[in-house]
Write a protein that binds this ligand. Sequence first.
Ligand SMILES: [Zn+2]
Length: 407
Amino acid sequence: MSEDTKKVGIYTTTYKVRFYINEMEYLKLSQKIYNDLIEKYYELIFKYKNVLNLSNQKCLRELEKLTIIGITGKIPIEYFNQNAPTELRRAAINQAIGLARSYTEIKKISETNSKIMPPSKSKHFNCSMTLYKGMYRNIKEDGSVEIKLFDGEKWKWYKAKFKNWHFPESAQIMSPTLVINKNYVMAHIPMKRTIEDVTPIKIRMKQENVKICGIAFSNTDKVAICVVIDKNKNFIKSLFVNGGNEYKHQITKIVNKRKKNIMENKNIQVTKRNHKTYRDKENRIIKYYAHVISKKIVNFCILNEVNVISMPLSTKDEAYYYVKSKKNRPIYLRENITNDVIYKAYRKGILTTVVKRKDKASKCYKCGGKIKSRQLKTVCENGHKLDYYFNYAMNVALDCIVKYDKT
Ligand SMILES: [Zn+2]
């Protein structure tokens, strides 16, 4: 894709890392002040309800005008003594606005929908502190950082540390939130990155050098089948991603253990607890294989300069089939792989579209004739010799061209 047609986009991901601070009591004290501010502003928002009609930024300014002494020195109508840095106040106001908005939205829905309980207004808050710029500084390569805390008298800078910190390449660090647990603290750090290209698919498909990757899924060891074609429907390259058998082996072990646990254990509490452990393990296995396989697919697409990925969409009947389908079948990974591919590709500037799955596997990509059997090596009614899944993936890719030819 030529440079001038590229449109840059952004995406944000949140990293969660352990956070070390010696002055735990100061952190808790600061969080208390933060929540007191939220409470105060939350009440004010409902006293001056019209502020919610404004954008978040204007709403914040309005609330500050009501409570903070401005340059004129005049004491505002809702003035109250605040012992907090501006950045902490602003984070608190934004939090209060967010909470007030969700309250009013749910309330509105509950008025028309009897199934939704009307919400009750919050009175006490226990929100985790979000540190805006000015509340933290000097993040270093080793994860050390300084944050502003209240020691009972003053706000001062204190040294702290993010554990397992990797300084993000080409990412912008956004305001971290400190989540205090019983005996440890987690930092949730949003990172903003740019995406090289977010040109819409419609426009991409009109480009002469566009490359499309069609993906099909199977219930065999080769769980995903990818083919790359160009705009003139010429085949460029294919990739058969295996891992289906390995997944099947790993997941079956856990599923069987879980079943055995139910049969053998008489103690319901213990069974329940074990059950959850097994379920978590199963989910980790599913996530792991979806991650590995989707990564292979996306890397293959990058290598072949693919611009658009085409994937088969489940119809309603198929959705039912997936609910019913067993975890220990490789095809079960399909949904997770699909989701992973979409966001991983997006980060690399590759967009994904879906095409209807109907007929994709049952017709010959060369002539449109019916396929005689569902065997791996098959043949169409007009005598074309085909690989069942390759043919399937080709149809998924070709259908993407058809889909955008119409528009
Ligand atoms: Zn044929």
